[in-house]
Design a protein around this ligand. Structure first.
Ligand code: SF4
Length: 589
């Protein structure tokens, strides 16, 4: 634990019961936040901890395991946020010999925290002020020398923009404003250097599992990610009216073909020019695109959805440029796009004095991003707050079309046509989040009517939430999930081989439930109210007419019934709280 106010640190041992009970990554981060955070602390104040949490599997040869979690109280939601990212930083961080690096306080000047076998120390970072995360990474590694790995914030994090990211090797711990938390600690970067080696309990079993997983990762379950990347979802979601468009005013977008790089011959859209992968990954879902102007950027479904259809923009060059600009500034593309789309609707309704800010205007998209990220205009300052806070400032009825849950802007899944996902988004601890709940899988499976949510959808949402809790704590990439046929048992086998614990699938399933509950208990302590488990008004009051003629809607009664079933199946009371104090049982006390 490092106090950057005083520049001191101390190592604290973690009992095996905690490591086994919360595994690592997102789970262990939740435990650390509950235990080390000051209840009610301002997320951007010195008393709010920021935790970089490693996991049992990182550093092993298991594919997609080079990941870590960053966990803090979110400045967007006031609740727990946990973002995962992949890179050599994860491996070097784990090999500092720590399961987690927890930072609190506020450094007296802009600084870099160094962590290696010799402990921790702060160095000045005034010369890095204003640099992008990538520039900071390059410069710091040049100064520090071989072996150091860097996670840094860009200008958005320094300025406290509530949806700023933390980046490393071009990857981002993106959601919930973790970059703003780091900036509030006056930390431009954290740099780690390996000091030890990863030891596994049964090296032969780990190697055999790694070989097996590697082979499976080349199979059909991951083909979409390897061959097309997640951008393929644009066409697929558009075809089933699940692509949020113009701030959720529609669920299909007529510019989808151009944005998916699959337009008619006379439209020169974005072109795929390279494929890449995170550290220790045999899948390689990262597809690099080039615009007509020659600019290159990594594109995936979520950033294209948020800066394209959500803002009504169909110009591939503009979407690619906007995505690259978000990366330079260090902004979460989903929250940026969601907040800008809300502002575009406000401007069109005359609630914001910005007549130039219109849906579908590529120049407006790029201008408003610059206003948020660097120009410091009143509009930029307003939108830097995120859509929930900005709507409270603008007033009138603007909150009714602010597309967020708990303050976190919505990802690219239309709840009115994906009812399992509607529930997953509403009850998720992090807010509107597609990574902690994969309930859309049930909607897309064809086994359920995705327009008619009921108890089967609730069961499916719980199952995907539990699976995510374990994958995010081990940590393994979600894109590997399809290769497992008996997930909890197979994951227990991996964990046992690495740690030597005799973990079973049943135990790991119970661990998943513990982690989900611990997140809820943390949020309740920080002020969660039943009304926070809900969806934006627009999604409950406006229906969609599908090309088939069927009307897709999600009424408040339908959502309330699904949430009630969810609480019951999770053993919660009708208001979504544990029926009795559970901190002891969860090992949090
Ligand atoms: S599948 Fe994609 S996101 Fe997952 S580890 Fe590999 S490159 Fe990274």
């Amino acid at each position: 634990m490092s106090d950057v106010t005083s520049g001191t640190s101390q190592s604290r041992p973690l009992p095996d019961s905690v490591l086994r009970g919360y595994v690592g990554g997102s789970g262990l981060g939740t435990w650390l936040l509950y235990r080390l955070g000051t209840p009610g602390a301002d997320p951007l104040g010195p008393a709010a901890p920021l935790a970089f949490v490693f996991s049992p599997l990182v550093g092993t040869p298991l594919t997609t395991s080079a990941k870590f979690a960053v966990v803090a109280k979110s400045p967007l939601t006031g609740m727990l946020t946990d973002a995962l990212a992949s890179s050599q930083f994860a491996i070097a961080g784990k090999l500092t010999g720590h399961d987690a690096i927890v930072i609190d306080g506020r450094a007296p000047e802009l600084s870099v925290l160094l962590v290696d076998g010799g402990g921790t120390r702060l160095i000045g970072a005034a010369h890095l002020a204003g640099l992008t995360a990538a520039e900071t990474d390059r410069q710091l590694r040049g100064e520090l020398g071989r072996g150091w790995r860097v996670a840094a914030i860009g200008p958005a994090g320094e300025r406290g923009i509530r949806y700023a990211t933390i980046s490393h090797d071009g990857r981002h711990a993106g959601r919930g404003g973790l970059g703003a938390v780091m900036g509030a600690k006056n930390l431009k970067a954290i740099a780690v250097r390996a000091a030890t080696k990863v030891a596994t309990a049964d090296p032969a079993a780990v190697l055999a599992a790694a070989h097996d997983l590697r082979e499976r990762s080349f199979g059909p379950a991951t083909a979409k990610y390897r061959e097309l990347g997640t951008l393929a979802n644009l066409l697929a979601f558009n075809a089933i009216s699940a692509l949020p468009t113009r701030n959720f005013q529609a669920a299909t977008f007529d510019g989808t073909a151009e944005l998916a790089g699959d337009g008619p011959a006379d439209v020169q859209g974005m072109r795929r020019v390279a494929r890449n992968s995170c550290a220790s990954c045999t899948i390689g879902c990262e597809h690099i695109y080039r615009s007509r102007g020659g600019q290159q950027a990594r594109l995936e479904y979520e950033n294209v959805f948020a800066l394209g259809p959500m803002c009504g923009v169909r110009d591939p060059d503009a979407v690619l440029a906007a995505s690259a600009r978000c990366d330079e500034l260090g902004l979460d593309t989903i929250s940026a796009g969601g907040t800008i789309a809300w502002a575009m609707e406000c401007a069109e309704r005359g609630l914001i004095d910005a007549p130039w800010l219109r849906f579908g205007d590529p120049a407006a998209l790029l201008r408003v991003l610059d206003e948020i990220g660097g120009l410091g205009t009143p509009l930029g300052a307003l939108l830097a707050e995120g859509s929930r806070r900005a709507s409270q400032i603008v007033g009138a009825d603007s909150a009714s079309f602010a597309s967020h849950v708990k303050g976190l802007e919505m990802p690219g899944y239309e709840p009115r046509t994906l009812h399992s996902m509607a529930l997953g988004l509403a009850v998720n601890a992090r807010g509107a989040d597609h990574n902690r709940s994969g309930a859309y899988e049930a909607d897309l499976s064809g086994d359920l009517d995705r327009l008619d949510g009921g108890d089967a959808h609730v069961t499916a949402a719980i199952e995907t939430e539990d699976r995510a809790a374990v994958m995010d704590s081990l940590i393994l990439c979600k894109f590997l999930r399809g290769v497992f046929t008996d997930p909890f048992a197979e994951w227990a086998g991996l964990l046992s081989a690495v740690t030597g614990w005799d973990v079973t699938g049943e135990e790991l399933h119970a661990t998943a439930r513990r982690i989900v509950m611990a997140k809820r208990v943390y949020n309740i302590r920080e002020g969660w109210q039943p009304a926070d488990d809900w969806l934006p008004d627009r999604l409950l009051n406006e229906s969609l007419t599908l090309p088939s003629g069927r009307v897709a809607g999600l009424t408040a009664d339908r959502l309330r019934a699904m949430i009630g079933s969810y609480y019951k199946m999770r053993g919660l009371d009708p208001e979504g709280r544990p029926r009795m104090p559970v901190a002891d049982d969860l090992g949090l006390a």
